[in-house]
Design a protein around this ligand. Structure first.
Ligand SMILES: Nc1ncnc2c1ncn2[C@@H]1O[C@H](COP(=O)(O)OP(=O)(O)OP(=O)(O)O)[C@@H](O)[C@H]1O
Length: 261
């Protein structure tokens, strides 16, 4: 496999918060076009890994590569400009602004550095058309002028996803896109994730196993800041160590058992 066949990768990544080791020597690669799900008990380090990849956290050690290019030293906005998109576990939109206004803000990474900052994102010529295109993709074309606050939780999730899609990133990190979405909207939000993953590489953190099994090509299991195992959804589901990791809880299970099992 050439380096460009890997969309995003990290090697030897460690992250510490004071004395606490949140990630320990994590290596991961996601093939171009693949949807890889990252699962593991609470506190395993999944969000921390997304933060390490997207540049929100300083690494204590290790390297990150995007499409064959070392981006370890690049700040968040540069990574975004290079094609790395991100959505958040906690919905990160402006509730009082309309769907269209929110989506326009998602174009920021495309505009950043291309024109003087005082002209702002509103002056970008393709903005309106792109916002409408994305709204249609995420099923919000009927809600463009509504304030985000009046939408259901599932549709607010769609706005959040839409923001990340405005720059059409080839590589997308999704942090629990179903968090807080009620049972009635799980199907629609899952269908949206399936649509969004077409023609791009996705690294998805998700607790809903049915959804993981449905959308992921492969699954990586994390525990206590390390990678426990990786395999197809079926392989991971059948893995006794994975069941033990979940039953044992986040940081109560010794990492050594997993590593040497
Ligand atoms: N900024 C921080 N300062 C101190 N500790 C942190 C910080 N961020 C995360 N942690 C700790 O690092 C560990 C990993 O957290 P992380 O959020 O990455 O876990 P997670 O696998 O995403 O869990 P969840 O499934 O609950 O979202 C946890 O013990 C958490 O308390």
């Amino acid at each position: 496999m050439t380096s460009t066949a890997i969309a995003i990768a990290c090697t030897g990544v460690s992250v510490r918060f004071g004395d606490f080791v949140a990630l320990s020597n994590v290596g991961l690669d996601v093939a171009t076009g693949q949807t890889l799900a990252l699962i593991g008990p609470n506190g395993a380090g999944k969000t921390t890994l997304l933060n390490a990849l997207s540049g929100r956290l300083a690494l204590s050690g290790g390297r990150v590569q995007l499409q064959g290019r070392d981006i370890t030293a690049e700040p968040i906005h540069r990574r975004a400009r290079l094609g790395l998109g991100r959505s958040f576990q906690i919905i990160n939109i402006f509730p009082e602004m309309t769907v269209l206004e929110n989506l326009r803000l998602g174009a920021q990474p495309m505009v950043f550095g291309l024109q003087p900052f005082w002209r702002g994102v509103q002056a970008w010529p393709g903005l309106e058309a792109r916002a409408r295109e994305v709204a249609a993709l995420v099923g919000l074309d009927d809600a463009l002028d509504m304030p985000a606050a009046v939408l259901s939780h599932g549709r607010q999730r769609a706005v959040e996803l839409g923001l990340a899609l405005m720059s059409d990133p080839p590589v997308l990190l999704l942090d629990e896109p179903l968090a807080g979405v009620g049972q009635a909207e799980i199907q629609a939000t899952t269908a949206l994730i399936e649509r969004v993953r077409q023609n791009r590489t996705v690294l998805l953190v998700e607790h809903n196993m049915d959804v993981v099994m449905r959308v992921a090509d492969e699954v990586v299991v994390m525990m206590a800041g390390e990678i426990l195992t990786r395999g197809t959804p079926e392989q991971v589901r059948a893995d006794a160590r994975v069941r033990r990791a979940y039953l044992g809880g986040a940081r109560t299970q010794p990492a050594q058992e997993a590593a040497h099992a």
